[in-house]
Design a protein around this ligand. Structure first.
Ligand code: NAI
Length: 259
């Protein structure tokens, strides 16, 4: 069977020969995703504004037998993003899998939010996804293959985070659906993963009370683990993801049932 029909040539190495770029790869979900895609034989570019952290993840991937490079860029800086992607393409070849994961939380009640904080959150999530995705899309279209997987959040449905964060994540769902339609005919699949609360440094930005309240909302009785989100990303990146166009899958432990 061909990969297009949902079966990789080598089941144990579904991403062999693919170059993956993961943004925000130094920590949490991005780190787990870099490790997971490398374990499935992708060549991984670990990009983060924290360059040392990105290099550490690349070293951890290499130590486990995978292939990776650490890349330093702030996703809001189009020139830095372009330079990092050039470095990755030079090392490993054109990017076939992009995971738009870099993100920051927003703090405070809406009436108190400074405009600078509002724009910074939108800038990192939304404009960051624009810069990185636009930089890799021509190569994907030329190759007739691509996977763009953007990390959204279930807060789009629950409304349980800062307004600026939920607004940014909602924008990414529009980005996903609209872009998915434009590029599906070129072999490029664009989808999103909208996790529930995941045990990462971002979650622990909240107060202990908020963390306990949040834990109580998860029907499976525990926070999600970064690996579990990486699994969803790996599924969409792999042969099984070919059938998904503009979809949002939500590993959330039962916090919300969309639809
Ligand atoms: P984290 O704080 O552990 O990791 C985020 C990474 O993104 C960090 O390494 C940080 O340096 C990097 N980053 C932030 N701004 C950047 C920028 N401008 N340019 C480049 N890198 C940047 O957070 P976590 O939890 O792993 O979050 C990853 C993604 O998952 C984010 O988009 C977040 O909004 C989303 N998410 C997280 C959930 C959670 O409960 N932890 C739930 C739902 C979505």
């Amino acid at each position: 069977m061909t990969e297009r029909m949902g079966e990789p040539a080598d089941r144990s190495r579904p991403l062999v020969g693919r170059v993956a770029l993961v943004t925000g790869a130094a920590s949490g979900i991005g780190r787990a995703t870099g490790l997971r895609l490398a374990a499935e034989s992708a060549l991984v570019g670990c990009l983060d504004r924290d360059g040392n952290g990105a290099r550490d993840v690349a070293l951890a991937i290499q130590a486990s037998g995978g292939t990776a490079v650490g890349l330093t860029a702030d996703v809001t800086d189009a020139a830095a993003v372009a330079a990092a992607i050039s470095e990755l393409v030079e090392r490993f070849g054109p990017v076939g899998i992009l995971v738009n994961n870099a993100g920051i939380p927003g703090a405070g009640k809406f009436i108190d939010v400074a405009f600078d904080d509002w724009t910074r959150v939108l800038d990192v999530h939304v404009n960051g996804a624009f810069h990185v995705t636009q930089a890799v899309m021509p190569g994907m279209i030329a190759a007739g293959y691509g996977r763009v997987i953007t990390i959204a959040s279930e807060s789009v449905w629950l409304g349980n985070t800062s307004v600026q964060y939920a607004t940014a994540k909602a924008a990414l769902l529009g980005f996903t659906r609209s872009l998915a339609r434009q590029v599906a005919g070129f072999g490029v699949r664009v989808n999103a993963v909208a996790p529930g609360p995941v045990e990462t440094p971002m979650l622990f930005d909240n107060s202990p009370d908020e963390i306990e309240r949040e834990r109580a909302t998860v029907l499976i009785g525990r926070f999600l683990q970064p690996d579990e989100i990486a699994s969803s990303v790996a599924f969409l990146a792999g042969p099984g993801g070919d059938a998904y166009v503009g979809q949002v899958i939500s590993p959330n432990g039962g916090t919300v049932f969309p639809g």
